[in-house]
Design a binder for this molecule. Sequence first.
Ligand code: GLC
Length: 754
Amino acid sequence: MNLEIAGNVQGFKQQDGILTIKTAEAEARVYIYSPTIIRVSISKNFNPDDPSFAVIRQPLADFDFDESSANIDITTPALKLSIQKSPLRFNFFTAAGSLLSEDDARFGTNWQGERVICYRRLFEGERFIGLGEKTGNLDRRSATYVNWNTDAPNHTPESDPLYKTFPFFIGLHSGLTYGLFLDNTHKSYFDFGASTDEETSWFGADGGDLNYYFFGAQGVAKIIEDYTWLAGRMEMPPLWSLGYQQCRWSYMSADEVLNIAQTFRKKQIPADVMYCDIDYMDDFKIFTWNKKTFPKPKQMLDKLKAMDFRLVTIVDPGIKVEEGYKEYDEGIEQDYFAKYPDGENYTGYVWPGRCHFPDFFRGEVREWWGAAFTALTQPGVEGFWNDMNEPAAWGQNIPWIVKFGDKFMPEVRNAYGMQMARATYDGTRKIMGNKRPFVLTRAAYSGTQRYSAVWTGDNTGTDAHMLLGQRLVNSLGITGMSFIGVDIGGFSGNPTPELMVRWNSLGAYTPMFRNHAIQGSKMREPWEWGKNNEQIIKKDIEQRYKLLPYLYSSFYQSTQTGLPVSRTLAIEHSFDGNVFDERFQNEFMFGDAMLVAPVESTKLTEDVYLPRGSWYRLSSDKFYEGEQIVNVQAPLTDLPVFIKAGGIIPMQSVVQSTNEKGDGILQVHVWNGREANSFIYYEDDGVSYDYEQGVYYKRVISFNPIEKSLSLSSVEGSSKSRFMQLKFVLHGFDGVKLQEEIIENKSGEIEVKL
Ligand code: GLC
């Protein structure tokens, strides 16, 4: 096998915003996207179309650079890229000259066959976070990962790869931060010094260009903001999708679905969403209903609606090979399926038996797929669960010669699920008019947040999986995904009642709160765990509903800045070693103000690390200074949740579904602190796209301890609030009594003195 190295610079030119550098073996292109984002792409053979599934921004026009005999230097207000000429190396500095990241001086970028790898210097004490849905520790130092979207049932807390590809990581060293996104859909590799004597980290892919975006902003949150500026942010989710979701493989009939929904209402356990897994279909044929067990889908949906429930149905990509089945016939006739190079449709086995697979890489196929959702939207389905889209086929080894678009499977596999989610989102958004669809996908690639929520696939009902799930959520949040769920209780196996209770309490603080289980497992609904546990589960679900005003505003924040709802502590406390300690690495901030510490179901006390700042236990208002490890009570009725001093959390009364108005009082909870704080409060109708036309309600809630005041700025946007009245609820303010006062929620400025 030959080793081809990128070699020495032979010449360069700048045109149309691209600095092109030639060596004997390769060409490198440099682009500037913003003062903090520089793109470098190195290739032996550039594709002139320069496609990207992830990036939605264009580079800036021509930029200045300085040339010396040794280097070409590009300087932005925030970053300096120093390109060494002999041999070609790319070294990044802050504008002030601190080294952020550099090629390994010995090896740089090179090819073995089509596989291209970039070797980088590993800094002393350097930590790495990111890569999305990856097992292992929060700090990825000394670990190695592969991106190859995989159907991973029965995965363990060590398995790699799983379902999704997010080739974006953030490096932390010497008090500095940088990010790197390898935009390449081939099988890719990231190694953070697993076996290199602490010298080298490396990344690359089995083919394509070494095409990366370098982020030089200082601060992890700023890098996430830049990355999501580049690859897009989520849009406002339908409010109902933030309620409690009940799923199972499968509720086997319309009667069973309705029964479960009714039981929630009868028992007054709040819930918003029921799911139909694969058995609602006729023989697993996508876009059909089983005529025996789901004979009148519209009637079922009307009944669900009357109970304030929405329905989400599953769709898989595999189209059953069966003449007379509409989607099969149309797909054959229009030539919409993935093919072997001889033109034959590829056939693989999934739930329906022999299947063909839509070629979601083609626009006309995505349109066709999207339009087919009328079979589900007409009776009233509003959520679309995209599964098995790695893509999965029994045997898990789709031949490499199968073609999607003009590419072979290994070139684009990692983007297949994303393109399915895109087709689903675009199509349902169109046919649902002004209503927001809810799309959920298992496989994903960078940028998927623009179309869909994700869940972490087939986990298992163990404590280790509960903790792993939280790490996956926290890590996905670094890579632009905010709307994330895990199967609460574990998909496979049967959790103990204690684990079910504990996991549900964590679910209340998970961006998407869905209970789901494999066929044949013990029923999982909240009332299946004994009377006492049912009450605990109910209380935790109620807590979720109380938090909806805070949660919805936190999602609004994700749409604006890309910051995820569930945030690893490493975002804000990037250089605090305790945050990476295995005992504390699963802790996270839920929005701006709440710190949640996951605790195994077998432990009733727990060591919790509280970072800088001061904190209050949510359940008791007990005060703690930060930067210390505290041992706290953690009974199953009280997951350790702490509020940051100065924290502002708008809450509402308990409702049975997001459709209910409740008592109409917005409770603004504030925890005393030494520093001023503010919170952007956001509301809209929760279902439509009117907010894009300014029909929303937004105001800043502020706490100022120096002036001893609480205030709400005057309302921005043309919508009314669903809360007619307002009540401040104070925590930790000795002697100050405002608790009982209910005031009018008027739209002009509101200020109260403490
Ligand atoms: C896959 C999904 C799981 C679903 C099952 C049946 O295993 O990950 O969530 O229930 O297929 O559709």
